[in-house]
Design a protein around this ligand. Structure first.
Ligand SMILES: Cc1ncc(COP(=O)(O)O)c(C=O)c1O
Length: 488
């Protein structure tokens, strides 16, 4: 961080007076960020922001600006050292993607263009439609499907279920709401928390999401689901949607999606799949069978910022019936009139597929990543992640003091330190403390889950930077911390 020529601005202008010092510092930033990425392995995975950083980052509104190079120095001192950590090779917490070098460049380019992608006759609209076509091909949806890039899985799932609800026959939901109808949605207890929030936001109430039990592989119990639908119908509810999981958040399990598609068909219900990370297993020729049946969904939600390794925020929803998708969200304010020529040919093309009017050019990120890496390479990285998790499972199995908890499907494994001879309550506390110490050590960041009520350390692997040795170090560190906590 050495560029320090003053970048000057007129008091009422935002572009620099002279672009040359701006260019210098911009080049410096690119160089620094490449160094930062190249050396990510040498830093702690995570560290809590220092007191100094906290103080600096609580200062009030800067009415007078400061020199760009000084502000950049502050960034280097108070912000850059304290990331979430998910760019590091040993971050496996929650389900966070790593980001790609190509994605950084795409973000720079998209930011420079700063396109407004509610629609309009522009390349950004062509790019978004092109990548939506690519994504449909990846998950074996028909080319006629519609879709939208959104901020992430929660937004994508919300849109999918909203299309399901707004497509209900005999109701004018968009104008009149659901009136006297008591609507209900079905999915397993292993479904991510977006489902309850979605029902809440749709005005159905969280309890409209019926949580059905799972088998020993965390897959929804189909008979119980069918029985719940029948029982709800009998008591006056109107079921309208079944949610299937392709990769549950805690264990990576995939429901029997064919059976769910059959059931939805029999019952005349919408079939939505949450494939937040699992959907992209479709890219692996070796493991795509694990999410078989996903292609039969009416709508599917997934994230490119998880197992697509792309930068935040990049999620996608695809809807098989393009007309239903448009009917669910279309709107035509008078000031966004459609013209036969000029830029405003279809100014709300994308805005009519979701809830955002102003939208950015995140499609460029997807376009550049897929164009440069190719979908096969991303599939190969996904395959590597799955096999590295299988390796970690073997390492856990081979250690007497480690115990795998629950099923470990796809790219997720849950486990705990188990010294033997201690109560479940003590084990929970011990593993909770162990996880905090591990994260604070800066060596590795897994997260946690509850498996059958027990506290588990959870590795969800969507990290393209991890090498096998990183999992050896994880096992070694868990054992060392566990032994030090138990005085062994
Ligand atoms: C299975 C599943 N569904 C949905 C989500 C929510 O996605 P997002 O965090 O992108 O909103 C997640 C996030 O981890 C997830 O794992």
């Amino acid at each position: 961080m050495t560029a320090n020529r003053i970048v000057e601005f007129e008091p009422d202008e935002l572009d620099p007076k002279d672009w040359s010092p701006f260019r210098e510092i911009a080049h410096q930033m690119v160089d620094d960020m490449i160094d930062y990425l190249e050396t990510s392995r040498e830093r702690p995975v995570w560290q809590s922001p220092s007191a100094d950083a906290r103080q600096h980052l609580s200062a009030g509104l800067p009415r007078q600006g400061r020199a760009l190079h000084e502000v950049y120095e502050d960034f280097g001192r108070h912000i850059l050292p304290y990331p979430t950590g998910n760019i590091h090779p040993r971050f496996w917490g929650w389900v966070m993607g790593t980001g790609t070098p190509v994605g950084i460049l795409a973000d720079l380019l998209m930011s420079a263009m700063n396109c407004h992608v509610s629609g309009y006759d522009q390349a950004a609209a062509l790019v978004e439609n092109q990548v939506l076509g690519w994504l449909a091909e990846i998950v074996d949806f028909p080319a006629s499907a519609s879709g939208l890039l959104v901020s992430g899985g929660t937004a994508a799932n919300l849109l999918g279920v909203t299309v399901a609800r707004n497509s209900l026959k005999g109701l004018s939901i968009r104008q009149d709401g659901n009136g006297q109808e008591r609507l209900s949605v079905y999915g397993s207890i292993a479904t991510h928390g977006w489902a309850g929030r979605c029902c809440d936001l749709l005005g159905l109430g969280e309890n409209a999401f019926r949580k059905i039990g799972v088998d020993s592989h965390d897959r929804v119990d189909i008979d119980a689901l069918a029985a719940a639908i029948a029982s709800d119908r009998a008591s006056g509810f109107r079921p309208f949607c079944i949610v299937g999981n392709a990769g549950t958040v805690a264990t990576g399990a995939t429901d029997n999606l064919h059976a769910l598609a059959d059931l939805a068909q029999r019952e005349g219900l919408w079939f939505h799949v949450d494939g937040a990370f699992g959907a992209l297993a479709k890219l692996s020729p070796k493991y795509r069978h694990l999410v078989d049946g996903l292609e039969r969904a009416d709508s599917v939600a997934f994230d490119l910022h998880k197992w697509g390794y792309m930068q935040y925020e990049t999620g996608a929803v695809l809807v098989r019936d393009a007309a239903a998708h448009k009917a669910a969200f279309s709107f035509a304010p008078s000031y966004l009139e459609t013209f036969r020529g000029g830029i405003a040919v279809e100014p709300t093309e994308f805005a009519s597929r979701g809830v955002q009017l102003s939208r950015g050019f995140r499609a460029l990120r997807v376009w550049m990543n897929l164009s440069v890496y190719g979908s096969d390479r991303i599939g190969a990285a996904i395959e590597k992640n799955i096999e590295q998790v299988q390796y970690l499972k073997q390492r856990i199995d081979s250690e007497r003091e480690l115990e795998q908890l629950g099923p470990a499907e796809l790219n997720v494994v849950c486990f705990r330190y188990q010294p033997g001879g201690v109560s479940e309550e003590v084990l929970d506390q011990l593993n909770r403390e162990l996880l905090v110490r591990l994260q604070e050590s800066g060596i590795a960041v897994p997260s946690n889950a509850r498996i059958d009520g027990h506290f588990a350390i959870r590795v969800a692997h969507t990290n393209h930077r991890t090498q096998q040795e990183d999992f050896d170090l994880l096992v070694k560190s868990v054992l060392e911390i566990g032994r030090s906590l138990t005085g062994r």
